[in-house]
Design a protein around this ligand. Structure first.
Ligand SMILES: [Zn+2]
Length: 315
């Protein structure tokens, strides 16, 4: 497995730490959304377990089993699929802690990855803290997250941090075009919706994303004329890929704001609006995304936001 090119600087730091015998007992990988930070957790495990002269060779039995998720000493903990809110629970953490009181299966240590680590609920985070406070010498905990601020400070302070930024947009489009040349003409539009999230874009259903982009642009255009069909849109969007659609609005707005000079209006984009109202819309959108994570009445929360968008577009 070759690393995504934009992960290489972070991977080099891991290799240097490994050579110095200082691969951290607790590592926090802070990744930009959709850039494949999980690969660094895999890389760290390969650096530890690999039996080749050049560690993380990718070919030996250890490296291959880690990549395939079949190595008994490489454990990946993801949110409990039974839970609606998608949390990592205290029972999951306790099971790991119990396992870490035993020695590793193959004698080279244990790597436990939590992904996304920001889904650890409060009790789970407390349980994990105990494990981090009394680590088994050859155990390594890796937390992968796009939102480290959602983790308790007590956990963050125990971790060594490794930040991974997204590549620039042109690099992401070029990389995607070499991975799937058939969609060469589509990748820029896909990133309009997803943001610069190349790994996520590569796995996405391109046709679906392009459909969502068309809907988002239509909505912004309608907002400009103050004629969003609020009730119809709220009902249909709430049923179909709502988080992705809101992310599309967010990324389209952000892209326009970044391209603007101060004091200019967003006339060149789909939404004719001043930068102040555009920034307020973004704030409001993020608040809506937070509400929707817990809200029972998604159409109502969405309706409220669409009315605001309708007013701001004509402002
Ligand atoms: Zn190897």
């Amino acid at each position: 497995m070759s690393l995504y090119p934009w992960l290489e600087p972070a991977a080099a730091r891991l290799r240097a730490a490994r050579e110095a015998g200082r691969l951290p007992a607790a590592l926090l990988i802070h990744e930009a959304p959709g850039v494949g930070g999980m690969q660094l957790a895999i890389h760290a495990a390969q650096l530890l377990f690999c039996s080749d002269i050049t560690p993380a060779c990718g070919r030996c039995s250890h490296c291959r089993r880690i990549t395939q998720g079949e190595h008994p000493d490489f454990i990946v903990v993801v949110p409990d699929p039974e839970l609606k809110l998608g949390q990592i629970t205290v029972d999951q953490v306790r099971a790991i802690s119990a396992q870490l009181t035993l020695s590793s299966y193959e004698g080279k240590g244990t790597v436990v990855v939590f992904q996304p680590a920001d889904r650890l609920n409060r009790n789970a985070a407390n349980a994990l803290l105990k494990t981090l406070e009394e680590p088994r010498p050859d155990a390594h905990v890796v937390l992968v997250t796009t939102a480290p601020s959602l983790l308790p400070a007590t956990i963050r302070s125990r971790c060594q941090k490794l930040a991974v930024a997204a590549p620039d947009r042109a690099t992401a489009v070029a990389w995607l075009s070499t991975q799937k040349p058939a969609h060469k003409a589509d990748w820029a539009a896909v990133l309009d919706v997803l943001g610069v999230a190349p790994v996520e874009a590569l796995a996405a259903d391109v046709r679906q994303i392009l459909g969502i982009r068309a809907d988002v642009l239509q909505l912004l255009n309608d907002a400009r004329q103050g004629r969003i069909d609020v009730i119809r849109i709220a009902e249909s969007w709430a049923r179909d890929e709502l988080p992705l659609r809101l992310r599309g609005i967010e990324n389209c707005l952000t892209g326009q704001i970044l391209a603007m000079r101060p004091g200019a209006r967003l006339q060149d984009g789909p939404l004719d609006i001043n930068i102040g109202p555009a920034l307020r819309l973004l704030d409001d959108l993020r608040e809506l995304q937070r509400q929707l994570a817990t809200s029972l009445n998604k159409p109502l929360a969405l309706e409220r936001h669409l009315w605001q968008l309708n007013r701001a577009g004509g402002a």
